[in-house]
Design a protein around this ligand. Structure first.
Ligand SMILES: Cc1ncc(COP(=O)(O)O)c(C=O)c1O
Length: 455
């Protein structure tokens, strides 16, 4: 594959050396897929295949991937839906449904500056991988070489450090997430400018609702981010790649905060802007152990003619498959099938049942805000929030590790301390998502007691 169409877009220029080099050869999956359609005897893939009657009494006279019959006690799906490998980038039906899910979320967006947004025909087919963690690993390797810089907020999910820095050898450049209790958009722009002087591309990771603060931007803030990104792109000819870590998409609790991903607004913002949506089933479908995530690129309408776009889609697919096949090979088959079943019920139905949990989390969120207000005292502040699974409490003077230790030892409340002198963070993350409503006030009372004990 020559990647002619890909080369016409800023995406190719922005790839790392791995990204430029990788491709998915016509390997075993190609031959096995062909054999499935064309062969009478299929001697391609390395899975043990035979008649179900060979392994269980009353089995079907059907060729399938052999499985341990005991599994049927636990799994209420036919074995062809869990025993065999899933295709490299996911089951086509599941990918179609995930694409529809992304389109559905855009069409039902609330509070985005452009209102609702239809991204149908403007995105690549979501490529399924092993959760958002895995997608961050894959896309950061795909776009950045070891030693290159990626922009993250100082308040970020701790695993970014392991994936981006320890694993992929990137330099994490951070901006202060908040300035005067608002999103520090100026800080992002300054860092982009600084990096553009030493690097041929700018890569930024945005995560709303945020971990660890729960922060969701307001509509105005989203508009300000968009203006500032557009201004930057107008004045620089370097590609700007934005990874939207949408782990908590949909979990915003306040009427004036945005729970839909900023990805939708980024797609046609500027030809040099490359938005990549990273979303997953862990939080969206409360299926953390399902290890299912998706990588989706937003296609700027000025990049290609419609005939070139078809080729581009195949080329993007080939490269993403190359990345997946050479690392995790393919993702969990069973959970993709389960999610197909759930999604087939219809997104409204699916949301209706998720809504019960959403409403519980929303109550806990407001209970946390109220309890914090009730017990608040000098020496502790809560970051602006609005959604997600957590709130973050900044602690003055007392080391957050020591604080969390005391809170746990004396008051039996577990929280997660985050301390980084360099990034000016000292505080505890309170996961209200895992505290029953009736225990929330008590949690904050004990936090207050800890502060009094240690002050
Ligand atoms: C911001 C953020 N991104 C990604 C993840 C991980 O998602 P996944 O379970 O899909 O790997 C988490 C989970 O805690 C998270 O907080």
């Amino acid at each position: 594959m020559e990647f002619e169409a890909l080369k016409k877009t800023p995406v190719f220029q922005a790839l790392s050396s791995i990204g430029k080099r990788i491709y998915q050869p016509n390997g075993i999956f190609y031959w096995s897929n062909r054999a499935k359609k064309e062969a009478k005897i299929n001697a391609t893939i390395g899975t043990a295949v035979g008649f179900e009657t060979d392994i269980i009494d009353g089995g079907r006279e059907k060729l399938l991937t052999y499985y341990l019959p005991e599994l049927k006690q636990y799994i209420n799906l036919p074995p062809e839906k869990f025993a065999s490998y899933a295709p490299i980038a996911g089951i086509p039906k599941f990918r179609d449904l995930w694409e529809k899910w992304i389109i559905y979320k855009g069409k039902n967006a609330i509070n985005l500056p452009s209102g609702t947004i239809n991204v149908s025909g403007k995105i690549t087919k979501p490529a399924i991988c092993n959760g958002i963690t895995n997608s961050i690993f894959l896309v950061s390797r795909f776009f950045l070489n070891p030693g290159e810089k990626i922009i993250c907020p100082n308040k970020r999910w701790g695993n970014y450090n392991s994936v981006l820095h320890l694993q992929n050898e990137l330099e994490i450049e951070t901006f202060q997430f908040f300035k005067d209790d608002k999103l520090n958009i100026e800080g992002i722009s300054e860092l982009m400018l600084q990096i553009s002087k030493v690097q041929d591309k700018i890569v930024l990771i945005l995560n709303f609702p945020n971990n660890p603060t729960g922060y969701c931007p307001t509509k105005n803030e989203i508009q300000d981010i968009l203006n500032s990104l557009k201004n930057f792109c107008d004045s620089s000819n370097k590609p700007v790649i934005i990874f939207c870590d949408d782990a908590y998409e949909g979990y915003s609790y306040s009427d004036h905060r945005v729970g839909t991903s900023i990805f939708y607004e980024l797609i046609d913002l500027h030809p040099n802007l490359i938005p990549i949506k990273l979303d997953g089933a862990s939080k969206e479908f409360l299926m953390y152990g399902g290890r299912t995530g998706a990588i989706t690129l937003g296609i700027n309408s000025s990049w290609l003619s419609s005939s070139e776009k078809e080729i581009f889609l195949q080329e993007w697919e080939n490269k993403i498959q190359g990345m997946i096949r050479s690392t995790i090979s393919n993702s969990n088959h069973f959970y993709q099938e389960v999610l197909i079943e759930i999604m087939n019920l219809g997104f409204e139905k699916m949301q209706e049942s998720r809504n019960k949990i959403y409403e519980i989390l929303k109550k806990r969120y407001f209970a946390s805000i109220n309890a914090f207000e009730k017990y608040k005292t000098e020496g502790i502040t809560m970051d602006p929030a609005g959604g997600g699974f957590f709130v973050f409490l900044n602690i003055d003077k007392i080391q957050a590790d020591k604080f969390a230790d005391h809170l746990l030892l004396k008051y039996k409340v577990g929280t997660f301390p985050i301390v980084s002198e360099k990034e000016e963070i000292n505080g505890i993350r309170v996961a209200f998502c895992s505290i029953p409503l009736e225990k929330i006030e008590e949690t904050f009372r004990r936090i207050r007691l800890t502060l009094s004990d240690l002050s």
